[in-house]
Design a protein around this ligand. Structure first.
Ligand code: SAH
Ligand code: SF4
Length: 387
């Protein structure tokens, strides 16, 4: 059943900045439609369902394409919420495709607000999209390029969801429900610390995982954190997402240097939060990321310590070859060293732990994300300092 609206009676005055529909969770969209159009609860839920499917299952970019919505309502929606295209999709200011198929996008959300996201295809028809949760980061892990860029701001739920939408456009993956999609997983491993923007990350995950939304199950969504201990439990409870921890060191003295937030939330507290992470089990293991830094954290003794430290926690270990960036104070461990380290981890029962570097030729790998515009501004500043 479609309800057509009396335009004059139904439409309210346009706010200065039209409030978009993209990025509203189901509950928020129901509330918004109720407030704006005076729907009863049943109607509002039904409309939300329809709109969700058009936006996120089919990826439509205008209200006109919503064929099961009446003409009158379509016009009211357009009048109230503005143009869908602009709300849903950040502008792609740069797109690079690596020789290994990795795609890196520089996205512009607003003037001066730019972040990158990276699509990493896997063998067969699957692949992960690495999304950003903030522009810049307040933390300054010493091996991370993003850490050298100050926080510009948190990304909104719409801006996080928008990263998935533009990449789906580029991969021609609409409708979302179709089998054989390549974009099967989401990892929050781009710019920023997701647990410092948990409200927005949590709402974005709700939309991404909704069956009438983008339909990517919560088990295929991984949130990586440097270890903001007080937020870990809430992440599990609110999102049921998979957890990844940027560990990188097996003792507090070294972790204090590599991941300085460790001074506030030391290893013991972090590991306790992992042990009690909601839903953790052998089927839902926690990933521990460990970046391989030459002569810093890559000895056999540290490999053994790593294994003993994680005993009792359902764990996946991910050894990440360090991705160098200009001016980085570290080097990547030699390949022989990484293999020797991996052997020890392997013998303790963790399968193929080395993460192959992807997209290196386009600087798309982890920790290499720093927006071009910021690099350019820095280089202009350097030039003017020389002149
Ligand atoms: N802020 C979150 C998520 C973004 S960083 C976090 O720290 O977990 C995503 C992953 O990339 C983290 O594991 C981070 O430690 C890793 N990383 C950062 N810089 C890197 C680099 N130069 N080489 C390899 N991995 C890096
Ligand atoms: Fe921020 Fe993560 Fe980089 Fe640390 S590793 S500076 S938390 S983005």
């Amino acid at each position: 059943m479609t309800v057509s609206l009396d335009l004059d009676a139904g439409a309210r005055a346009l706010p200065d900045e039209p409030q978009g529909l993209i990025g509203l969770t189901r509950a928020k969209m129901v509330a918004q439609l109720t407030e704006d159009f005076g729907f009863d609860p049943k109607q509002a839920r039904m409309r939300t369902s329809q709109i969700f499917r058009w936006l996120y299952n089919f990826g439509v970019t205008d209200f006109d394409s919503m064929t099961n919505v009446s003409k009158g309502l379509k016009a009211s929606l357009a009048q109230r919420y503005g143009q869908l295209q602009e709300q849903a999709r950040p502008e792609i200011t740069e797109r690079q495709v690596s020789s290994d198929g990795t795609r890196k996008y520089l996205l512009r959300f607003a003037p001066g607000v730019e972040a990158e996201c990276v699509f990493i295809p896997d063998v067969g028809r699957s692949g992960a999209l690495c999304v950003s949760s903030q522009v810049g980061c307040t933390l300054n892990c010493t091996f991370c390029h993003t850490g050298t860029q100050k926080l510009v701001r948190n990304l909104t739920p719409a801006e996080i969801v928008g990263q998935v939408m533009v990449v789906k456009d580029d991969l021609e993956e609409w409708p979302s429900t179709e089998h054989g999609r390549q974009l099967t997983n989401i990892v929050f491993m781009g710019m920023g610390e997701p647990l410092y923007n948990l409200d927005n990350v949590s709402e974005a995950i709700e939309i991404i995982s909704d069956n009438e939304g983008l339909g990517i199950s919560r088990r295929r969504i991984t949130v990586s954190t440097s270890g903001i201990v007080p937020e870990v439990k809430r992440l599990g409870e609110e999102t049921q997402a998979m957890l990844a921890i940027s560990l990188h060191a097996t003792n507090d003295a070294l972790r204090d240097v590599l991941v300085p937030i460790n001074r506030k939330y030391p290893l013991e507290e972090l590991l306790e939060a992992c042990r009690t992470y909601p839903g953790v089990s052998n089927a839902r293991r926690i990933t521990f990321e460990y970046v391989m830094l030459k002569g810093v954290n890559d000895s056999d003794a540290e490999a053994k310590k790593l294994v003993s430290l994680l005993k009792g926690i359902p764990t996946k270990i991910n050894l990440i070859p360090f991705n160098p960036w200009p001016g980085a104070p570290y080097e990547c461990s030699d390949w022989d060293r990484i293999e020797a380290f991996a052997d020890i981890v392997n013998r303790a029962g963790y399968a193929s732990p080395i993460r192959t570097p992807r997209g290196r030729d386009i600087a798309a790998a982890c920790g290499q994300l720093k927006t071009e515009s910021i690099k350019q501004r820095a280089s202009e500043r350097r030039k003017s300092a020389i002149i």
